[in-house]
Design a protein around this ligand. Structure first.
Ligand code: MSP
Length: 522
């Protein structure tokens, strides 16, 4: 069986992790966890991109050696993954020997095959973007766009990879694989980019200008262009692992789709004779309080600190609930708190409290046996139970289909709509009234109501482990439930809770503390 292999972009270590980095890891983690729940064997890779000009400059600014700098900052990224409950199987650093060896071998192979040649290059170079510019990159007034920073004209000999030779192949490949990129409309952007002739890719940087990189195996006066080095991580991390390559999904931000992931990477693999990845998922970007996130202006969210203050699962939930995969979104504390209160505390939290409270008050804390499935199907008085079960089946099936199509924000909306419906059911049945009655029919209905709310809560929680792993476990715990069998089996309405001893109380979503200066303001 082929392992489902999924990756994130590897983050530059020239700064600390921010919300954008956190989102990409959480999104990828949700997909990985969902695939595992669906029964796939999954390999999930994340890591850091440690070479290049930016890292060299940041290390210099701190007055320490680049390797030491990378060792320190990469720890912050690892810590973020741990904090956010990212279930990655591996964490790759591009300064690791296992990676450098594969990059060197690939370069040597391409050089031996005649895919790499040396040529004189004269032109404009952006240090900030570490790339050579072309006339078409200029503003209409002839100046260079700000994103390029300082642009200087240079002449130097460099090594080039024959990218242009593969242009027609790539166009054909994209036309034959029209699901290569998600969302689909981004595939058109790639084809548009390919409607202009491709230039060969300069894959070297002279050592005198940039030292911090992987030396070219065939000319050590040069180091490898950082993108050529970085992209290889996806392959170098799993080389030799059976049934893993090619990647099923590369999850990346929209800014690094064209050209690196959608053009350079498939061509590099094709030239090496290696299978190309099956798909690329390009997500959108977060702004904060309506503008670009920026550490210097304080418009910034520290993901670790935020998760510590408001809860890991609450942050994971918000990011996945708020952003439609592929689109951009805005992050504000107000919007976060609005969802936190309405959906987590007052909806799910409330159902948990009520279930525990009623079960303790009226059934000695033990989930009673209610009406049987046959009775519920037949008895005219049990229409609310019937309707809730029908809604469950619809919710579950839609939830799975939506997750398969990466529509996680709608999937969560459906899951929480089921929780809302369960709360409504509780109000309709009003166990607190039934509990006061001594009529046998009311006592029987009370048992059915308590059994129904506990089971509905269990099922609602069983939709959450991919997005809110700790919360799902907590709900299972307070219900006295130990999940068994496959995930799909757990999604069936049944009687697994009958006789379960529930907890007395639970606080799933405590009232958030007031924010301090320095965190994203509402
Ligand atoms: N090192 C390269 C990627 C190499 S992959 C072989 C890089 N690093 S990055 O640190 O700048 O970005 C890492 C990822 O974070 C990218 O996928 C990028 O799109 C994503 N994000 C950076 N800022 C973001 C937001 N504001 N919002 C969402 N994601 C963002 O590019």
């Amino acid at each position: 069986m082929k392992t489902f292999y999924i990756t994130t972009a590897i983050d530059y270590v020239n700064g600390s992790p921010h919300l954008g980095h956190a989102y990409e890891k959480v999104l990828t983690d949700v997909i990985a966890r969902f695939r595992r729940m669906m029964g796939d064997r999954v390999y999930f890779l994340t890591g850091v991109d440690e070479h290049g000009q930016k890292v060299q400059q940041s290390a210099r600014k701190r007055g320490i050696a680049p390797q030491q700098f990378c060792d320190e900052v990469s720890q912050e990224f690892r810590a973020m993954c741990a904090k956010l409950d990212i279930s990655n199987d591996d964490f790759i650093r591009t300064t690791e020997q296992r990676h450098k060896d594969v990059v060197a071998r690939i370069l040597q192979q391409l050089y031996d095959q005649g895919e790499i040649y040396k040529a004189e290059y004269k032109g404009f170079y952006s240090t900030r973007q570490e790339q050579f510019l072309q006339e078409k990159d200029r503003n209409p007034d002839g100046s260079w766009p700000e994103i390029f920073g300082e642009v200087t004209e240079i002449t130097e000999a460099n090594y080039f990879f024959k990218l242009a030779k593969y242009q027609d192949w790539l166009i054909r490949f994209l036309k034959e694989n029209d699901n290569f990129i998600f969302p689909r409309y981004r595939q058109k952007q790639v084809l548009e980019f390919l409607s202009e002739p491709l230039n060969d890719l300069c894959i070297s940087r002279p050592r005198e200008r940039l030292e911090w990189g992987i030396p070219l195996p065939f000319d050590t006066n040069y180091v490898t262009y950082v993108w050529f080095d970085a992209l290889v991580n996806y392959y170098s991390a799993v080389e030799g692992k059976e049934g893993v390559w090619p990647a099923d999904f590369h999850v990346i931000g929209k800014d690094i789709l064209v050209p690196p992931h959608a053009v350079y990477w498939p061509i590099m693999l094709k030239a090496c004779g290696l299978p190309t990845p099956k798909s690329i998922l390009a997500h959108g970007w977060w702004s904060i309080n309506g503008s670009k996130m920026s550490k210097s202006t304080g418009n910034f969210v520290e993901p670790i600190e935020f998760a510590e203050r408001y809860g890991v699962d609450a942050l994971r939930f918000f990011m996945i609930r708020e952003m439609s995969v592929g689109q951009d979104s805005d992050f504000s504390l107000n919007q976060f708190l609005a969802r936190y209160n309405a959906e987590l505390a007052n909806n799910l939290g409330n159902l948990v409290n009520r279930t525990l409270n009623m079960t303790n008050r009226f059934a000695g804390g033990v989930v009673p046996a209610g009406a049987s499935a046959a009775e519920i199907a037949a008895d005219a008085n049990l229409a609310p139970e019937r309707e809730l079960r029908a809604l469950w089946e619809k919710t579950r099936d839609e939830f799975i289909t939506l997750c398969e199509g990466f529509q996680f924000h709608i999937a969560l909306e459906r899951a929480f709509a089921f929780v809302t419906a369960t709360n409504r059911y509780v109000e309709q049945r009003a166990p607190w009234k039934l509990g006061k009655s001594t009529e046998a029919a009311d006592q029987a209905l009370l048992k059915t109501a308590l059994a129904t709310m506990a089971e509905a809560l269990r099922l609602g929680a069983s939709l959450l482990p991919a997005v809110m792993p700790t919360t799902a476990q907590k709900v299972y715990g307070v219900l006295g439930y130990t999940p068994g069998g496959s995930w799909r089996d757990q999604l069936v309405w049944g009687e697994s809770l009958t006789g379960a001893k529930v907890a007395e109380t639970a606080i799933l979503f405590p009232r958030p503390q007031a924010p301090e200066a320095g965190t994203a303001k509402g």
